[in-house]
Design a protein around this ligand. Structure first.
Ligand SMILES: Nc1ncnc2c1ncn2[C@@H]1O[C@H](COP(=O)(O)OP(=O)(O)OP(=O)(O)O)[C@@H](O)[C@H]1O
Length: 684
């Protein structure tokens, strides 16, 4: 292996290729900019659509100064055919974030997602996949400054851990999350490139790259199934806005601008959420049994017809007896279609019965007559009486405020205590004035789906899944009924009262019981010493889970400091020391301690940000409530009073899990500052 930073001959050659590739990219962009669509389309609507597509393409062809055009090179032992190499044949390829070709259409840079790029991520000494040379490039400020070679087919060369990978992870940074396209690892690549047809669930400890893998999988799927997913849509679901803000640049940096992001709350925002449930109520409302209660409640609106229906047309009267109407209604109920769809079908079914009678009487009615009968006032009135419209929010409002109505539909599903837990102590007067909770909004979403089918997307990535309730899994699942999902999570980081206990159970609620569960155990974020310290909590918070094996040694990365008094002062001091390093700093503390620490930082004149705000080189310290730390990372973390983090949760196990999350946010160093005793597992 060679790690070169002095400009030698090969480096000069590679730089020449970089210069030529950039020129080719500029030419590609100029070609698109020069397109004249006036001849192609006369219709202004088409022209506007086409111009929009062209503008997007121009944007996608931008040469970003700090995003290297290629990061790797593969030399194969044999020539590769055009089919897998984006149109060009050859035995040597440069791998980058996007495809670049020269004036003849021959590729200068191959998209990392193309089939020919796959050996860049998968080839090993054991299985070289016809690769003679794998070269990784190192950049400094957009300049190509180093390369690292592996001669995979040379038995004399020993395999080694990539120094560039290590450098890439440890590079101090601020700002949003970056892509890992240059250094995706083989086990991650397997997940990234798994097919669109199946759902994949990834269990992985902190910093194993779950989020990164999920985002790269979307980028890969969009490349491999561009047209289908453009039609059906893709969505990334994350736990909160600050997390979504942190990850939002990754896909655009990979050239994918169309992927939507949302929290589960955004998906079910049918009502304004202004209230909160106590844990007991939230637990019952999030339980999958509520889906059955809602189903019964929705269907209870259907009543069996008791009277015959009389339809008058001209001088004739047609009578459909009650028993026949009942048959129609029963058949629709049995067919298990959505409540609203059945309601829409009912007038036509009734009209059909009338038509049969007309035919029996010697008339020859056509489709127009059937439509007219379906719209007849008597038919409409009958439909309204038998199958009235259901307003999902009103229905949930009634379930939560009317004990009798709830008891009727929860019979045999929820016991008396559970029913009491979900009923509002003070029923709201109307849908508008109700103090809806997050769990209520999910119930309303379920009711919506019972009335009218929810639109399904082509692919959904669900991150930090372990915190979802069964009802939330269902809400996500109905958004990918005809598509697939990537479910990412860590059972040890579940901090809700309904946190996922087993992936099999969660996947069943999602409606993807046949998903494959993969495990990632190599840790990229957290250095060995720090992850070993945090993993002492594992036997208590998730017995049976494999501890993360860090890929990085960073001696001195863990400091545990006990202070006798002025805890806040000592914490501020630790932040100031951390600020002496380059990169981002996170001060993580129990939510209840945030005001005290904010005051101490203000008093010391140390500026800080909230988790939603983007760090810059001038503002690198973020004050993070422990409840928002999940999924985030900082180069250096100062953790305030671990016992307060544990005590901030309703039970000890959740507290220790919250602490586990807080302990695993650091890339380069963690300083734990405590005044009280540490939790037993961490005390030396
Ligand atoms: N193959 C890789 N090459 C370089 N960096 C990587 C690689 N895989 C992961 N990382 C980095 O490791 C860090 C952690 O990744 P990520 O946030 O995806 O982990 P996670 O498993 O989602 O963690 P958590 O459970 O804490 O949410 C990120 O900075 C990511 O860029």
């Amino acid at each position: 292996m060679t790690l070169t930073s002095a400009p030698g001959d090969p480096l000069a050659h590679e730089r020449d290729h970089l210069t030529a590739s950039r020129a080719a990219l500029r030419a590609m962009r100029a070609d698109v900019e020069a397109l004249d669509i006036a001849d192609v389309t006369a219709n202004w609507v088409n022209a506007a659509v086409l111009q929009g597509q062209i503008d997007e393409r121009i944007k996608a062809l931008a040469d970003l100064a700090h995003t290297p055009l290629f990061f790797g090179r593969l030399d194969f032992l044999h020539t590769v055919g055009a089919e897998s190499a984006e149109g060009g044949e050859g035995s040597s390829f440069y791998i980058g974030r996007r495809h670049v070709h020269d004036a003849d259409g021959d590729p200068m840079v191959i998209d990392w997602r193309a089939p020919v790029s796959q050996p860049f991520y998968r080839a090993s000494k054991k299985d070289p996949l016809d690769v003679a040379l794998r070269r990784r490039f190192g950049y400094t400020g957009g300049e190509l400054t180093a390369y690292e070679d592996e001669h995979l087919s040379d038995p004399a060369e020993a395999s080694q851990v990539s120094a560039l990978l290590q450098r890439e992870i440890e590079r101090p940074r601020v700002g949003p999350m970056r892509d890992i396209v240059a250094t995706i690892q083989p086990e991650q690549d397997e997940i990234v490139r798994s097919g669109l047809g199946g759902t994949v669930c990834v269990q992985g400890g902190p910093g194993t790259g779950k989020t990164a893998v999920g985002l790269h999988r979307v980028a890969y799927l969009l490349y491999a199934h561009r047209e289908r997913l453009a039609r059906t849509g893709t969505l990334v679901i994350g736990p909160n806005d600050s997390f979504l803000h942190y990850i939002e640049q990754v896909l655009p940096a990979l050239g994918e601008l169309e992927v939507k992001q949302a929290t589960v709350g955004d998906l079910v925002a049918h009502v304004e959420v202004r209230g909160a449930d106590d844990p007991r109520a939230a637990l019952v409302k999030g339980d999958a049994r509520m889906a059955r209660v809602l189903r019964r409640a929705v269907r209870s609106h259907v009543s069996m017809p008791t009277e015959a229906l009389m339809v008058v047309r001209g001088s004739r009267r047609w009578r459909v007896p009650a028993y026949e109407l009942e048959e129609i209604v029963r058949e629709l109920l049995d067919r298990d279609i959505r409540y609203g769809a059945a309601r829409d079908a009912l007038p036509q079914r009734i009209a059909h019965s009338v038509l049969v009678r007309m035919e029996q009487a010697g008339e020859a009615p056509d489709d127009r007559v059937q439509d007219a009968v379906a719209r007849n006032a008597a038919v409409k009135a009958a439909v309204k009486a038998v199958w009235p419209p259901v307003d999902p929010a009103k229905l949930v409002h009634r379930l939560l405020s009317d004990a009798e109505f709830l008891a009727e539909h929860a019979d045999g599903l929820l016991d008396a205590d559970e029913q009491k837990a979900v009923l509002w102590a003070k029923p709201a007067r109307s849908v508008r004035s109700a103090k809806w909770s997050a769990a209520d909004a999910v119930l309303i979403d379920e009711a919506h789906d019972l009335v009218a089918r929810t639109h399904s997307l082509g692919h959904v990535v669900l991150d930090e899944a372990q915190d979802l309730s069964p009802m939330q899994y269902r809400a996500v699942g109905r958004r990918c009924t005809t598509g697939s999902a990537t479910v990412l999570g860590d059972l040890a980081q579940g901090t809700t009262p309904w946190a996922t206990r087993s992936w099999a159970e969660a996947l069943a609620h999602l409606g993807k019981g046949d998903a494959v569960v993969e495990e990632l155990t190599a840790g990229f974020r957290v250095p060995r010493e720090v992850i070993a310290y945090a993993s002492r909590l594992l036997p208590d918070i998730a017995p049976g889970l494999t501890a993360v094996e860090s890929v990085r040694e960073a001696p001195g990365s863990l400091v545990v400091r006990r202070v006798a008094d002025d805890l806040a002062g000592a914490v501020v001091q630790a932040c100031v020391e951390s600020l002496a390093h380059e990169g981002s700093i996170g001060l993580i503390a129990a939510d209840a301690r945030i005001p005290v620490l904010a005051e101490a930082l203000d008093a010391a004149g140390v500026p800080y940000l909230d988790p939603g705000a983007e760090t810059t080189w001038d503002a690198r310290l973020t004050l993070v409530p422990a409840s928002l730390a999940k999924g985030l990372e900082y180069d250096y973390v100062v953790l305030d009073e671990p016992s307060a983090v544990v005590d901030g949760e309703p039970d000890e196990r959740t507290g220790l899990r919250r602490l586990y999350v807080a302990l695993t946010r650091a890339v380069s160093g963690l300083v734990v500052v405590h005044g009280a005793e540490l939790p037993g597992q961490l005390a030396a």
